[in-house]
Design a protein around this ligand. Structure first.
Ligand code: ADP
Ligand code: MG
Length: 604
């Protein structure tokens, strides 16, 4: 039985949505969404919001349906348009703002109320046009909401509802001042609603400041049962995720799992790639016709397919127990989605495992997710590493041996015929040779290192900021040089070495990135040509080539003009700035680092 709070509990009389004062239009929207029974916070909050006009603080764990708890009554009470903005919903992140706007829209089949979403990091123009087209409800992040008020395009003076969603997250993200300012511009008569997963003292302080009198509703008597789930995350680049998934499947004795992707397209791609690698997997998403979906599910339930790749929407409401793994192939947007996803493993007293793939660019999103999960008392996401190929092979070998030994030691008597065969074979060759060949014929396809692809360690990945930072100045070329930390080099030594080698000032060796086996540097084109030709002629010189990952990187056109000089002048201050960040020090004098010295350091 699912432990989800959204499941009907047969022992207690069920309070339905229809008991909460919701009207026909709303009930039909709820049915369409597939919500069967209201969650405890919905039972508590909906009637309170529909009746009366008190300010309300509501606390309930992450993933318990707080959005609908305020959204359903809100949408129902705003069916008439009055030509003004009627409600503001503040959300801590852009994703939540978008998601909440979508939910608001899904709570009615009418065109009114219309919800518009605004958030930072996107063009203002489009959002302003949207607002001008007329919105009844606005959801948004505090920063952008404030900006739009300041520009005079968002007017809160007549709003009837001021809703702070995910209050504790807002505090954590330092939005308090923005919120205060927004609040000061809003209709003082508006009804204030605050929803939060936890209720730290700071929240109550805000409440006192903004809300005057208020009621508190909390889900009560909820046992915070710890999840029996081992939660890990792996840092893995997008392009290595399939390989990581394959290794996870292979190292797990009885993999039976759901793999979550963000998009339908990804679900298709992942299941196809698995298929190509010889794993039977199926995809489940909204574009797959209902009949087909049911078949896919039936096969998965019967464990005929042991890998199901699904989107959140498609996986909602499927009740499948005993999963060994939930894999977050794409990072979920928020803690509530995460908790929902992983809640499908580790049921019925069995420990499950949730593995979340995080690409190196998602470190901030990860931290946000981790704090959300911790707040929902759903344990910790702990970093772990993708198993090495050796480990996977060892695990497979151990499994095979266990099985073989069981078969060898079984009571069943052996057919004479096989004994004769063995005698014939061993008459000609050594048993070890024969057995190893038999094993390789039998298991060469599965227990074989070449079945796996290499995964580059994530630490070698340059982060976004760095790669943007290497943009070439006119007349520069970016080079790869096979000299790295392993050879005893740091940025300064690379600069010293190249400048003395090429007779250029030290500062012309620019944007130096040192990895363990190699370095990347920007050099004036002429100098770059020279070092490449030296490297070609001299076998003992470290290998050098053009860095192909940089746009417009070439050796052509070495003409210098005044503009170039200006730019070079500018670059000196650039460098100063970047040297403040790195440990690299610029020295005006060219240091001698002697060729002989270098050649000693060059690795074989
Ligand atoms: N009564 C319900 N029955 C089934 N699913 C629900 C119900 N109420 C909400 N949900 C779904 O549960 C998920 C989590 O809801 P959400 O409002 O984001 O949680 P919270 O804000 O409390 O963390 C959403 O996908 C939502 O559509
Ligand atoms: Mg929420």
């Amino acid at each position: 039985m699912m432990t989800s709070i959204f499941m009907e509990n047969e022992e207690t009389p069920v309070i339905g949505f229809k008991d909460l004062g919701l009207d026909k239009i709303t009930l039909s929207a709820i049915e369409k969404k597939g919500f069967k029974v209201p969650s405890p916070i919905q039972i508590l909050a909906i009637p309170r919001l529909l009746g009366g006009d008190a300010n309300v603080i509501a606390r309930a764990r992450t993933g318990t349906g707080k959005t609908a708890a305020f959204g359903l009554p809100l949408v129902q009470s705003l069916r008439e348009r009055n030509g003004r903005l009627r409600a503001l919903i503040l959300e801590p992140t852009r994703e939540l703002a978008v998601q909440t706007a979508k939910e608001m829209q899904s709570f009615t089949e009418e065109t009114i109320p219309h919800t518009t979403v605004v958030y930072g990091g996107a063009s203002m123009g489009e959002q302003i046009r949207e607002l001008k087209r007329g919105a009844d409800i606005v959801t948004g992040t505090p920063g952008r909401v404030k900006d739009l008020i300041d520009r005079g395009v968002l007017d809160l003076t007549h709003i009837e509802y001021f809703i702070l969603d995910e209050g504790d997250e807002m505090l954590d993200m330092g939005f308090i001042e923005d919120i205060e300012e927004i609040f000061s511009k809003a209709n003082p008569q508006s009804r204030v609603l605050l929803f939060s997963a936890t209720m730290p003292p700071e929240i109550l302080k805000i409440a006192q400041k903004f809300m005057g009198e208020y009621e508190i509703v909390e889900e009560e008597g909820v046992l915070e049962e710890p999840l029996l789930i081992d939660q890990k995350y792996w840092m893995v680049r997008e392009s290595d995720k399939i390989e990581a998934l394959v290794r996870l499947i292979d190292i797990s004795p009885d993999f039976y799992g759901l793999v979550f992707t963000q998009t339908k397209n990804d679900a298709d791609t992942v299941s196809k790639l698995l298929d190509e690698k010889g794993y039977e997997a199926a995809a489940l998403h909204g574009d797959i016709p209902q009949g087909q979906r049911e078949k896919v599910l039936a096969r998965f339930r019967a464990k005929k397919t042991r890998i199901l790749v699904a989107t959140d929407v498609a996986a909602r409401g499927i009740d499948i127990t005993g999963l060994s793994h939930v894999v977050n192939y794409s990072l979920p947007f928020d803690a509530s989605t995460y908790v929902h996803r992983i809640g499908r493993t580790g049921r019925a007293g069995k420990a499950g495992m949730a593995v979340t793939f995080v690409n190196p660019r998602e470190k901030r999103k990860l931290r946000f997710l981790q704090s959300g999960v911790a707040k929902a008392s759903k344990g910790d996401l702990v970093q772990d590493t993708v198993p090495e190929i050796d480990e996977v092979l060892e695990e497979k070998k151990v499994r095979l041996f266990t099985q073989l030994k069981k078969d060898i030691n079984s009571e069943k008597s052996l057919d004479e015929y096989y004994i004769k065969m063995a005698e014939e074979l061993t008459a000609e060759e050594k048993p070890v040779e024969i057995l190893s060949k038999v094993l390789s014929v039998m298991y060469g396809n599965t227990i074989n290192a070449s079945h796996y692809n290499k995964i580059k360690p994530v630490s070698e990945e340059k982060d976004e900021r760095k790669s943007r930072d290497v943009r070439l100045k006119p007349n520069q070329t970016r080079l790869y040089i096979q000299l790295g930390k392993r050879d005893g080099f740091n940025a300064k030594k690379i600069a010293d070495f190249l400048s003395s080698m090429l007779h250029i000032p030290n500062h012309q060796v620019d944007k130096i990135d040192v990895s363990s086996n190699f370095s990347l540097v920007n050099l004036p084109k002429e100098a770059a040509k020279k070092v490449i030709s030296i490297s070609k002629k001299d076998k003992n010189f470290p290998h050098v080539h053009l860095d192909s990952k940089v746009e417009n990187n070439s050796l052509g056109g070495g003409r210098r003009n005044n503009d170039d000089k200006k730019l070079r002048g500018k670059s000196a201050s650039d460098r100063r700035r970047s040297s403040e960040k790195s440990s690299r020090t610029q020295s005006a004098k060219t240091q001698k680092s002697g060729k002989a010295d270098l050649y000693k350091k060059k690795k074989k």
